[in-house]
Design a protein around this ligand. Structure first.
Ligand code: C2E
Ligand code: MG
Ligand code: MG
Ligand code: MG
Length: 277
């Protein structure tokens, strides 16, 4: 009897697994279709420089508008895109689109850089350095106006190959930011090993920055980052109190709903760039 029960459990487990696999396959097919039919869009979120009080950059954030399901969050499809390798064509599209838009903004007289998220899967691709250089040349964007956002992970830290590629990009003039700092491995000594130019302190630290302990942590991270020549960005700043605290700690840049949510390019122009401060 126990054997039978075990067998049933096994079948149940199996069916659950199949359902998961099926769901993934469906999503994967929809992702492929989304690429063909160009269902993606880019939203741009401004970053404010606290020294000059100017919008100095925007971060390109992908949006997927599924014809039936509506808006699907990147958190729900980027992981599968990475797993299937579809992040390669998707990422290349984002990069080109973002460079094109930023080049246009620069031509209009806005002195903006662009931040583009790069997944580990993209960094593992052997052509990634060439892909990035080509995009910059094609859209006539100076490499110093591109900031690649990478996340700390064992993959990045361990693979000599990845480090080599990051160094090539840095040598080319591209800036590299360590995204979501504080959520992963977060070893400060790794900061100095990576050819990065800035760190983005994760929103989870900013959320309770007015808690004394968190504030001290952000202060320490900032001081260490500064001492090795890195700029510090606060992400996910939502209110004035957080903004004031961050400014008092000497961080260089802020990003968050308090300033602006990610917006389509035309709305960035209307609501952010057109506003004279
Ligand atoms: P991320 O790179 O850390 O981007 C910041 C996320 O925080 C964005 O979510 C942004 O909309 C959100 N955010 C910004 N300010 C605030 C705030 O004040 N409050 C709150 N609650 N959220 C805020 P989003 O756009 O949903 O993107 C989620 C993640 O998906 C990104 O995190 C990034 O890891 C990934 N992602 C987005 N676009 C791309 C892409 O083109 N390529 C790759 N590889 N990953 C991407
Ligand atoms: Mg990012
Ligand atoms: Mg981030
Ligand atoms: Mg984040």
């Amino acid at each position: 009897k126990a054997k039978e029960k075990g067998k049933n459990n096994y079948q149940f487990f199996n069916r659950e697994m199949n359902e998961e696999i099926l769901k993934k396959l469906v999503l994967e097919n929809q992702l492929r279709k989304a690429i063909e039919e160009q269902q993606f869009q880019i939203y741009y979120q401004p970053l404010l420089d606290l020294r000059t009080n100017r919008i100095v950059s925007t971060e390109a954030l992908i949006r997927w508008e599924h014809p039936e399901k509506g808006f699907i969050s990147p958190a729900d499809f980027i992981p599968l895109a990475e797993e299937t390798g579809l992040i390669l064509p998707i990422g290349e599209w984002v990069l080109n689109e973002a460079c094109k838009q930023t080049s246009m903004w620069r031509d209009q007289g806005f002195d903006l850089s662009i931040s583009v998220n790069l997944s580990n899967r993209q960094l593992m691709n052997e052509n990634i350095v060439e892909t990035i250089k080509t995009a910059l040349r094609h859209h006539q964007l100076d490499p110093k106006h591109l900031i690649l956002e990478i996340t700390e992970s064992m993959a990045i830290i361990n693979l000599a190959d990845t480090l080599h590629k990051l160094k090539q990009l840095r040598d080319f003039g591209v800036h590299i930011a360590l995204d979501d700092f504080g959520t992963g491995y977060s070893s400060l000594s790794y900061l100095s090993m990576l050819p990065i130019t800035s760190v983005k302190i994760d929103k989870s630290f900013i959320d309770d920055i007015n808690n004394r302990m968190k504030k001290e942590i952000v202060k320490s991270i900032t001081n260490i980052a500064h001492s090795i020549g890195l700029k510090v960005v606060a992400e996910g700043v939502e209110d004035e109190q957080q903004f004031t605290t961050i400014r008092s700690l000497g961080l260089e840049r802020v990003q968050g709903y308090y300033l602006s949510p990610p917006l389509p390019a035309d709305e960035v122009e209307e609501k952010v760039l057109a506003v004279k401060v």
